[in-house]
Design a protein around this ligand. Structure first.
Ligand SMILES: [Zn+2]
Length: 531
């Protein structure tokens, strides 16, 4: 009797179209059974690339070959053995020398020279062609770039791209109108030293962007101010896009291509210096309420700003920014940063200091959740009993069919009906389980108590950056009325199923999962203070 072995492999790259290791093994076992051969050993490489031959399973198989354990190897297809033809051929050749037959389920091979040729040649040609084309285009482009030819269609602002013709290579030609704007932008920056000021001046002068938009962004201005191409050199091969990611190459790999100059060296260098000094010189203050506070009057977000060269900090209604270049239409006043920040923090701390009041408050707002939770419990019980009765019906139906009381067609039809009902109930059961029926009064009380204790500690000890993160998590929104000096804070307390001290040990406990869970549960609180 033939003694066989099977070899199966899957790589870790799951996007590659391949069967799971189990289904591969299954298919191979089936085939052996069909052929009436006994499997003496199975070799499996789970999670190994076919790009290399060094794999534990395959190594073992090749070692065992000389021990005469088997005379046939079953493999799903040649690419399971190796991705490259050369490697495939190598192993097949090796096995053949020991008079071992290789059977590919998806590609039957005989010893005929034609088959042998076919097995390899397809892959070989494809590989060769691919490599050649890749190399040809990549090297071709590099070569053309080295000869000063422009690659790619879109020119930077200030230039037009002229495609290549029979007479000449592609190149960038100066677009006089745009080039003038580039020069204006550079000189405006040296005058005002502010990109937002440039945005305003350009809007006033009615200078449009290349896409004919009335408004320039600060980012667009910044990109122009830092683009070296205006000095007369653009670079090819600056980025490596292989492997799906864009990565900047080492500077010595860039290939310079001469183009017309638009800005002179002195001005360009001066601008870079000013840009650098602005970046380094700014005192960074963390506005812990930024992004959280809204103007009650107009709905804009309040934004953190400094004045008098960073000596004063305040929050201002962002209406002007939102409506720019239209004039602002909100008369909300700015508020000193320290004043509103400490008001918000004190309000939260005070609430946390008296958990009993917070508990009553939260419980009042949580009435809905508790109600839903109770109903969910009942719904779940009801659905479970319904499903049980369907199960019984199904068994009964089968009995009727087996006792030949009903026909097969009737049986199948009725069974399908029942199964459809089951599916629907299953879905409803899942919906209900999202309602989190585990939430009850004691759990809420416990949660608020633990949370109060920990949150108070955190607010007192956290660095501004961490404090901002924590507040962003705790607070849903702050609305501010600058005329009345009223601050309304709404937020929610996280709630977790498993309650013990360790749950609230650290801030790291607030994992994204828990946050989402608690966002859905919404144990809300609302606070009001005056500033
Ligand atoms: Zn406003």
């Amino acid at each position: 009797m033939k003694k066989a072995t099977i070899y199966a492999r899957v790589s870790t790259e799951r996007q590659e179209e391949q069967k799971t290791i189990e289904s591969q093994i299954c298919e191979l076992r089936e085939a052996c059974k069909k052929d009436g051969v006994v499997i003496v050993k199975e070799y499996i490489d789970d999670g190994f690339s076919g790009g290399i031959l060094a794999r534990p399973g395959l190594d073992q198989l090749r070692d065992d070959v000389s021990r005469g354990l088997f005379n046939t190897v079953y493999i799903l297809s040649p690419d399971r053995l190796a991705r490259k033809y050369l490697f495939q051929a190598l192993v097949i050749e090796e096995l053949k020398k020991k008079e071992i037959e290789v059977i590919f389920l998806n590609k039957p091979v005989t010893d005929s020279p034609e088959d042998q040729l076919l097995l390899g040649i397809e892959g070989l040609i494809a590989e060769y062609e691919r490599a050649k084309i890749l190399e040809r285009t990549r090297r071709g482009r590099l070569h053309r770039a080295k000869n000063g030819e422009i690659m790619g269609g879109s020119a930077p602002y200030g230039y037009d791209y002229l495609a290549k013709t029979k007479q000449r290579a592609a190149y960038y030609k100066v677009n006089e109108k745009e080039a003038e704007v580039v020069r204006i932008i550079f000189s405006l920056y040296l005058r005002f030293r502010s990109t937002s000021k440039i945005v305003k001046v350009l809007a006033n002068k009615k200078i449009r962007t290349r896409n004919n938009s009335k408004y320039w962004s600060k980012g667009m201005i910044h990109r122009i101010l830092t683009n070296e191409c205006y000095l007369g050199t653009t670079y090819y091969n600056k980025h490596d896009r292989s492997g799906g990611k864009r990565r900047k190459r080492e500077r010595n790999e860039w290939i310079p291509i001469k183009i017309p100059k638009i800005v002179n060296d002195e001005i360009f260098e001066l601008v870079q210096k000013v840009l650098k000094s602005h970046r380094g010189g700014k005192r960074r203050r963390i506005y812990i309420l930024s992004g959280l506070m809204r103007c009650e009057n107009c709905g804009s977000k309040y934004i953190g700003l400094s004045s008098n060269k960073g000596r004063h900090f305040y929050y201002r209604c962002g209406n002007l920014v939102r409506r720019f270049p239209l004039p602002k239409n909100c008369d909300s006043r700015p508020v000193k940063a320290e004043r509103i920040e400490s008001a918000v923090i004190n309000a939260i701390k005070n609430a946390l200091l008296r958990p009993q009041i917070l508990i009553n408050h939260v419980l009042g707002l949580a009435r809905n959740i508790l109600e839903k939770g109770k109903n969910a419990k009942k719904d779940k019980e009801r659905l479970t009993s319904k499903m049980n009765s369907l199960e019984y019906k199904k068994t009964r139906l089968l009995e009727l069919y087996l006792e030949k009381i009903i026909q097969k067609s009737t049986y199948l039809e009725k069974r399908k009906e029942i199964e459809e009902k089951e599916k629907e109930l299953e879905k409803r059961k899942e919906d209900v389980s999202h309602v989190a029926p585990y939430i009850d009064k004691p759990l809420i009380i416990q949660n608020v108590k633990y949370f109060s204790k920990l949150a108070k500690e955190m607010i007192e000890t956290l660095e501004p950056q961490k404090l901002q993160e924590f507040l962003a998590y705790l607070i849903d929104e702050i609305t501010f009325n600058s005329n009345k000096g009223e601050v309304k804070i709404s937020g929610h307390i996280p709630i977790t199923k498993k309650m013990d001290d360790s749950n609230y040990d650290t801030l790291s406990h607030f994992s994204p999962d828990l946050m989402n869970e608690t966002r859905n549960n919404k144990l809300k609180f609302e606070l009001e203070v005056k500033v």
